[in-house]
Ligand binder design. Sequence first.
Ligand code: LLP
Length: 421
Amino acid sequence: MDHFLYRDGQLMAEDVPLAQIAAEVGTPVYVYSAATLLRHFRLFDEALAGMDHLVCFAMKSLSNQAVLKLLGDAGAGMDVVSAGEYMRARAAGVPGDRIVFSGVGKTREEMRIALTGGIRQFNVESEPEMEALSEVASALGVVAPITVRVNPDVDAKTHAKIATGKSENKFGIPISRAREVYAHAARLPGIKAIGIDVHIGSQLTELDPFEAAYRKVADLTEALRADGHEITRLDLGGGLGIPYARDNQAPPLPLDYGDVIRKTVGHLGCEIEIEPGRLIAGNAGILLTQVIYVKSGEDRDFLIVDAAMNDLIRPAMYEAHHDIVPVVEPAPGFEPHAYDIVGPVCETGDTFARGRSMPRLAQGDLVAFRSSGAYGAVMASEYNSRPLVPEVLVSGDQFAVIRPRPTYEEMISRDTVPEWV
Ligand code: LLP
């Protein structure tokens, strides 16, 4: 459930008409619903009730300061994958002891920043990384808490570009080598292995792969404990999928996911962390855009909108489907028309949908790309020198621009021309 619904024939973001935001901020623009973000966060929090746990928002999915502060104030931790994300989380007031640091390629500088600023744990993905962290922490005179990310070789049954838990993926260490790696960790100064980390992929629409992975983690916990390691924390990653198409069967709910966690690892007495991103942010945001032209091609009609692949890259990159809905509610029983919905960028890849059935639309009409809150604004660029897409946060009947659209001058002034040119 989200808070983008029609009321009196107008698509609203909570109690704010999207048409009003378009008029005041312009398009394209991302619009987020605070109530939806908080609701989704709480669903996970409640799903883990009764277990010692922390829900760490995977802020790679949406990292605006206002969103981080909203979730952080509600008690969320953060899953970060770069020093930039770490700094963003801290700037939004999230304490270091609620931040976990993931990622296969942390640099020594990033380790230093997190260790100096305070960190809950590093999710280490390789032995060279473990050795580097040991050196950096030792030089700083601290002990870094770590989990080792294991690769359970489980098929997440999702898009190849976002599957991470198969042995051919670059992530984690093979679970078959885990005992050796923990023994190695125990010999190194400056680090202490306190848990296990696993993340098998994103947009998972079934629970079985989670269950298979978590069972392997449970077995590994027991094996490592038998080897003398104190395993007190399990980071179970993110990945629960969302319904992108309204008419599709809905993926499992956080509550069912919580039951899988309870069933597979609940008996181990470990502190549980999860790292959801998409399910918290995805359906909490839309991308609002305006039709520039309706163009008749030889055998099809094109809706040319003012959002493009640089604003929302998911369709171009993952063949992702986003429901696209008009801001003015279609009349019941309207005659649908098929459109190719495209942006102004100069490549064919800038296509959001082909043959999409819509009510008839005209120049100036507003449409919303649903389910765009996650991996939308964060993956935007200025390709074709289109100023970075702005963001708006709505709460009840109020809204605020939480990242303004840069002016052309601001965009251009970031470049510098050396004297010798
Ligand atoms: N934890 C780790 C270690 C991850 O790599 C990810 C996502 C998450 C948590 C959060 O997963 P989520 O709950 O959001 O599924 N850009 C792609 C998605 C990339 C996901 C990368 N890792 C897209 O637009 O579909």
